[in-house]
Design a binder for this molecule. Structure first.
Ligand SMILES: N[C@@H](CCC(=O)N[C@@H](CS)C(=O)NCC(=O)O)C(=O)O
Length: 190
């Protein structure tokens, strides 16, 4: 299995997933300055020219949410995903997709001090944080005591936000980040 990677990028999310799975994998570093992520060879793996991308035999994946979903199912012994017929499965799939379809762009808008106009496909960051707080409940994780791939995907956004610096966010979410960072393989940059 190969993870196309840059240590100062969102590819650290996919790496966290691989480590939580206990997967055997190879990191393939891509140098942004040399535009290696825009080379014809890499564009055949990820046509969007972004990292991460994962190659597992004949399987080719791009987008962190897809990689997280794939790995959690590929390594069932790691217990990172509810089974397809489990009642928690729907909420799990929703949180996985929400992490990159709503939470990530809304957080990006907030960090870049951009307005989120109503017609866009995501809510503003106040609302997406409300959603996460509500789904987290009393925690410690999104599924209570059970740490899942949804915590990797959703939690990475808040870890990433902390790395950007600036004022601390909501106490409940900051406490969630503190808990996640205690995991040995939690997202690290650089
Ligand atoms: N939604 C994508 C985001 C990937 C992404 O934006 N990657 C950035 C690094 S953090 C990238 O490759 N940027 C290089 C570029 O666009 O030239 C995912 O979750 O995989």
């Amino acid at each position: 299995m190969k993870l196309y990677y840059n240590p100062r990028s969102r590819a650290t999310i996919a790496k966290w997933m691989l480590d939580e799975c206990g997967a055997d994998y190879e990191l393939v570093p891509l140098d942004f300055e040399r535009r290696e992520h825009k080379s014809p060879a890499y564009l055949k793996i990820n046509p969007a020219g972004k990292v991460p991308a994962l190659v597992d035999g004949e399987a080719r994946l791009f987008e962190n949410a897809a990689i997280g979903l794939y790995l959690a199912d590929r390594y069932p012994a790691a217990r990172l995903a509810p089974a397809p017929d489990a009642p928690e499965r729907g909420r799990y799939l929703s949180l996985m997709v929400f992490s990159t379809s709503q939470l990530e762009p809304s957080m990006g808008d907030a960090l870049l001090k951009l307005e989120t106009p109503p017609p866009r496909g995501w809510n503003d960051f106040d609302i997406t944080q409300d959603v996460v707080e509500q789904e987290l409940g009393d925690g410690p994780y999104l599924f209570g005591d059970w740490f899942t791939a949804a915590d990797v995907l959703v939690g990475s956004m808040f870890i990433w936000k902390r790395m950007w610096g600036g004022a601390p966010g909501r106490p409940k979410l900051e406490a969630y980040v503190d808990r996640l960072l205690q995991r040995p393989h939690a997202l690290r940059m650089g």
